[in-house]
Design a protein around this ligand. Structure first.
Ligand code: AQP
Length: 345
């Protein structure tokens, strides 16, 4: 057996997470995921592996040219936000075939009943579930493979991915049980911070999403300062002033959302923000939020645009990332094949 594979319950502390290149990056992706990927890289306690999950993106039809552009732009976004492609492994999923190969094994471990409970499938398939792709239904098994092919111990995600992470744990537990092994770790989700679920600027009950038909519902990482200010100015709110403590945000989803965004951008707790802004009207708070958002996001979007220009350099980074990712993934897949009884593995 390769030395890169550990079979004891002691796994190398390793972080894996991914983002779909299914459109431009949003403030939700940044605060809920990417900013925290950078923190976990910089804390130095983990090996960190980050991925543009292009195979997930095509569970809903993507224009091939736009997909290529979105993948490179997302890679630029990772680097502009602070991911160092030397320190972390940064690559696009389709370049590492072990993800799809392990996903097939997991398709045979996961149960139909488990998959049918996934709320994201129900949300994305909508009323026309019969016409959704089989890939959209099987998505969580591929996500489990993305994570477990690296024996990742920790996965930073937004709150919307909690159920998929629970499924990943169930798959690892069932595989280990069915084959009488402790081969796969039972991964810990890391869902923390003030912005684990950034909501739409137009509807506080809906998640901010890159595929929302309304551009006004989200802040894109590529938006310029005027656009950010305009979207925040028009964001839905209520007529009350801001409260002085978090309890006062209960039942006020739009107000809570803007305060959470402020807190996450400023690296403050919600209580600390409300101590400063409690009693202010939105007419006063929204310009403060716009200013902070522009201050934090403009350097990232400028750098992202600069890096996106150089597709050759991005492709070199992705080549190298895929090579390093395969060094970790290939022995895990090989051992998995051995465990399940594939001849010649
Ligand atoms: N609104 C959000 N608030 C906090 N975190 C969020 N994430 C996404 N939206 C929010 C987190 O970003 C990571 C990558 O998500 P993804 O691109 O893989 O898929 P998604 O969750 O389906 O994101 P979108 O923007 O809604 O994409 P589309 O519109 O294509 O479905 C995940 O960690 C996610 O939690």
């Amino acid at each position: 057996m390769s030395e890169a594979v550990q079979t004891s319950s002691q796994f190398t502390p390793r972080v894996f997470s991914g983002i779909q290149p299914s459109g431009g990056l949003t403030l939700g992706n940044y605060l809920g995921a990417m900013k925290r990927f950078v923190d976990m890289q910089n804390v130095g306690n983990f090996e960190t592996i980050y991925c543009m999950v292009d195979l997930h993106a095509i569970t809903v039809w993507q224009d091939p040219e736009k997909l290529r552009h979105a993948t490179r732009e997302l890679c630029a976004g990772f680097i502009a936000a602070g991911i160092d492609p030397e320190q972390s492994i940064l690559f696009n999923q389709s370049r590492v075939p072990e993800h799809a190969q392990l996903a097939w094994i997991f398709n045979c471990v996961a149960r139909m009943g488990w998959m049918q409970r996934m709320t994201q499938f129900k949300d994305k398939a909508g009323k026309n579930a019969q016409n959704a792709s089989l890939g959209l239904f099987a998505y969580p098994a591929l996500m489990a493979a993305d994570i477990l092919v690296y024996h990742a111990t920790h996965v930073p995600v937004g709150d919307d991915q909690k159920q998929h992470l629970e499924l990943t744990r169930d798959i690892a537990i069932k595989f280990n049980h069915d084959y009488d092994t402790e081969f796969f770790p039972v991964t810990e989700p890391v869902i923390e911070g003030a912005a684990t679920r950034v909501m739409s600027l137009r509807d506080g009950s809906k998640k901010m999403s890159k595929s929302d038909p309304s551009d006004a519902s989200r802040i894109n990482m590529t938006d310029d300062a005027d656009t950010i200010a305009k979207k925040i100015r028009k964001a839905k709110t209520d007529p009350e002033a801001l409260p002085s403590e978090a309890k006062g945000l209960e039942g006020r989803p739009e107000a809570a959302n803007l305060v959470n965004i402020y807190a996450a951008l400023a690296d403050m707790s919600v209580d600390a923000v409300l101590r400063d802004v409690g009693g202010k009207q939105f007419s006063e708070f929204k310009p403060m939020l716009s200013e902070l958002a522009v201050e934090k996001l403009a350097p990232i979007s400028t750098e992202m645009a600069r890096l996106t220009q150089d597709a050759g350099e991005i492709d070199r980074i992705l080549d190298r990332g895929a090579e390093r990712a395969r060094e970790v993934a290939a022995p895990v897949l090989k051992k998995t094949y051995e465990i399940v009884g594939m001849v010649g593995a």
